[in-house]
Design a protein around this ligand. Structure first.
Ligand SMILES: Nc1ncnc2c1ncn2[C@@H]1O[C@H](COP(=O)(O)OP(=O)(O)O)[C@@H](O)[C@H]1O
Ligand SMILES: [Mg+2]
Length: 231
């Protein structure tokens, strides 16, 4: 479902090249559930951005659902993302001029779904917000929401298009224990019932222990790749 071959990412930093990912080789099967862990600065967010096709690697290949992202135009990559990929950003990235509900509706609208009534799509978005505990916050704007609430809007938005692949950067990072567990349950349901392939960057041991596979990054390289014992 997701394949990375000899990925490398180098940034120019103060006039000097800085290689933040090197020789990354990963194959993630359909319906997989992978946690990526590693210290701050080890390249986790960079890797997730490359796997989602949000950024282009300096070297190497990413294939999503069989398609080589490097061979697609910007528009084709955007269409592929809209059709198949949900992304939860570490910094939430909500649109400040839209309410929580409107933010959740964005990917549904981008996808241009003509087979459902707007009403039905809106009900689906409302249900998702209710499930992440924001039933009473749907008409609030991002600035009126706490960090954890914004994170949950970001999650509901990612779930809204029922993506085949969900990439999430620290999805429980701003949540308290109880809300974090609700989100972990939602992610597990998505993986088990909706068959969504999950790739999560996390510091949360509870979340990492629920994954089937844990990939550890250190200084831009994969230093371990292990399977968790079955639950
Ligand atoms: N756009 C960029 N330009 C220059 N350096 C960057 C850029 N993005 C990330 N980096 C650097 O790449 C390294 C890895 O960053 P990141 O992927 O965000 O790590 P993590 O998510 O594991 O904390 C860091 O040293 C960071 O400063
Ligand atoms: Mg990060």
């Amino acid at each position: 479902m997701i394949e990375a071959i000899d990925l490398e990412q180098t940034y120019m930093s103060g006039g000097k090249p800085l290689t933040v990912l090197k020789q990354i080789n990963l194959a993630i099967e359909a319906e997989g559930f992978v946690a990526i862990i590693g210290p701050s600065g080890s390249g986790k967010t960079t890797l997730l951005g490359l796997l989602a096709g949000l950024d282009r690697p300096t070297k190497g290949i990413v294939r999503l659902d069989g398609q080589d992202l490097g061979r697609l135009t910007e528009d084709q990559r955007a269409t592929l993302r809209a059709d198949k990929v949900g992304f939860v950003f570490q910094t939430f990235q909500l649109i400040p001029t839209l309410t929580a509900l409107e933010n959740v509706m964005v990917p549904i609208e981008l996808r241009g779904n003509h087979t459902h009534e707007v009403k039905e799509l809106e009900e689906n978005a409302m249900e998702l917000l209710a499930r992440v505990g924001l039933g009473a916050r749907m008409d609030h704007y991002p600035t009126q929401l706490s960090g954890g609430e914004q994170q949950r809007v970001g999650l509901a938005r990612a779930f809204a298009s029922a993506p085949k692949i969900l990439l999430a950067d620290e999805p429980t990072g701003s949540l308290d224990g109880e809300t974090g567990r609700t989100v972990i349950r939602l992610l597990e349901e998505l993986n088990q019932d909706a068959k969504t392939t999950l790739v999560l960057v996390t510091h949360d041991w509870e979340l990492a222990s629920r994954a089937r596979r844990v990939v550890r990054l250190q200084a831009g390289s994969v230093v371990s790749d292990t399977l968790n014992p079955p639950a």
